[in-house]
Design a protein around this ligand. Structure first.
Ligand code: GLU
Length: 441
């Protein structure tokens, strides 16, 4: 049974880059009839807020993600405490008393000697007397995980065989001096407890994976499979920070982007697959596989998002659009089919609909007035359909000798008041004869 988790920290709103692991996990779960868990990593109580937690759920729902289970790390401290105690008992977690300044000094000294600034494990050699002395001074220990000192290998489902050399890493601090947990241990404890089979996350976590595999093993848990994806970056390769407001999912939604346009960009940028306007996540899931994620960069191009958004709207079936057209009083299939090809964002529909319903201010150039009067005289009788436009303009062409732009453009300007817009052959029957006549001189 496949079980995955998406594990954001509720310390900000989700942005486009966060949508990538959220969706990769979702698509993987769906492809394998698996379970999707939303895990809020809220152990940082100073920065986590209820509002951000709600925001994350709103954003995921907007993308079409409905977690099967939601958990919060702040509810699960007892599990972490139990794991901590087991690691202490087995000698893998040890107390260290250095202050930040002392650690800084050690690092500076190592650099000076041309050595890597790795923690020297001095705390492992403390005698009980030395510890007691520190405690008496009021020092509280932080707790470090004693790494095994051997390379940790795993087969990444995206990146292929990986080796993390924990020899070149400092023993990580798992518990702060105030007793609170850093991300590393709670994540492993939850992955074991919740039966996570696949951990799909950004490649910034590869070295954590080395440490975490050791912790899985130290706790006797099943080590899940790992897949580390490339991170979405800006055009210059810069990270999409959580604080980059304009790319937050909330702001993209406000700007009128379709969730599927955002989802396709978030998933398919930096893969071997083309960004096509898939209508829903199920269709995206049909083409997507983790193996398509490239080993290189994933550069986000805002122009691609806009173009995808338009393409999604241009081929959106009426049945899909209808629930959104109804509140606008625009639920007409003919209207939708006539106008959808000119939408950049869905809300453009209201402005475009005025081309049918009016008011339209006709634009009539002096040199076209005569021609347009003739056009009014030659307007075919109703009923009108999609062939009316060509019948009408053929007749006008024969009568006036005008063709091409000279024939069509004055008609468009008079009938719509705009230089460009939806195809007149579809628009004409919607406007109707009376309104058309009224827009001609
Ligand atoms: N809270 C971590 C993050 O947002 C989760 C990483 C993971 O998936 O393990 O980076």
């Amino acid at each position: 049974m496949t079980t995955v988790r998406y594990a954001p920290s509720p310390t900000g709103r989700l942005h486009l880059g966060n949508a990538r692991p959220a969706l990769l996990n979702w698509l993987f779960a769906k492809a394998n009839a698996g379970t999707y868990i939303l895990r809020l990593d809220d152990t940082d109580t100073a920065r986590s807020t209820e509002e951000f937690a709600r925001g994350i759920e709103t954003d995921l729902a907007w993308l079409g993600i409905a977690p099967d289970l939601k958990v919060r790390q702040s509810d699960r401290t007892a599990l972490y405490d139990a794991a901590r105690d087991r690691l202490i008992a087995s000698g893998r977690l040890y107390p260290a008393y250095e202050t930040e300044e002392e650690l800084d000094t050690k690092r500076a000294r190592a650099r000076l000697l041309g050595r890597p600034p790795i923690y020297d494990r001095a705390a492992l050699n403390l005698t009980p007397e030395q510890r007691a002395k520190y405690e008496a001074e009021g020092r509280r220990p932080h707790w470090r995980f004693r790494l095994d000192g051997r390379p940790v290998a795993f087969d990444d489902l995206i990146k292929g065989p990986q080796t993390v050399n924990t020899v070149s890493m400092s023993d990580p601090v798992l518990v702060r001096a105030d007793g609170s947990y850093l991300y590393t241990l709670p994540s492993v404890v939850d992955d074991i407890d919740l039966g996570i089979t696949h951990v799909i996350r950004g490649e910034d976590h590869v070295s954590n994976t080395g440490t975490q595999i050791e912790i899985f093993e130290a706790l006797g848990g099943n080590v899940p499979a790992f897949a580390h994806h490339n991170l979405l970056t800006g055009a210059e390769g810069e990270g999409l920070s959580k604080r980059l407001g304009s790319l937050s999912l909330a702001e993209l939604r406000e700007a009128g982007y379709e969730p599927m346009a955002v989802a396709i960009v978030a998933v398919l940028t930096g893969t071997s697959l083309a960004l096509e306007p898939y209508p829903d996540l199920a269709a995206l899931q049909q083409v997507f596989a983790l193996s398509a994620v490239s080993h290189g960069s994933a550069r986000f191009d805002p122009a691609e998002l806009s173009s995808l958004n338009s393409r999604i709207l241009h081929q959106m079936p009426y049945e899909t659009a209808r629930p959104r057209l109804e509140p606008l009083g625009l639920a007409s299939e003919a209207l939708w089919l006539a106008l959808r090809g000119n939408l950049s964002v869905f809300s453009d529909i209201a402005g475009l609909a005025t081309l049918v319903t009016g008011p339209v201010t006709p634009v009539i150039a002096d040199e076209d007035r005569e021609f347009l009067v003739q056009a009014g005289e030659l307007l075919p009788p109703e009923p009108w359909d999609e062939t009316t436009w060509s019948k009408w303009t053929d007749a006008l062409k024969a009568a006036t000798g005008r063709k091409g732009r000279a024939l069509f453009h004055p008609l468009r300007l008079a009938l719509t008041g705009r230089e460009q817009g939806p195809e007149l052959k579809s628009l004409l029957p919607l406007v109707g004869r009376t309104a058309c006549l009224a827009r001609l001189p």
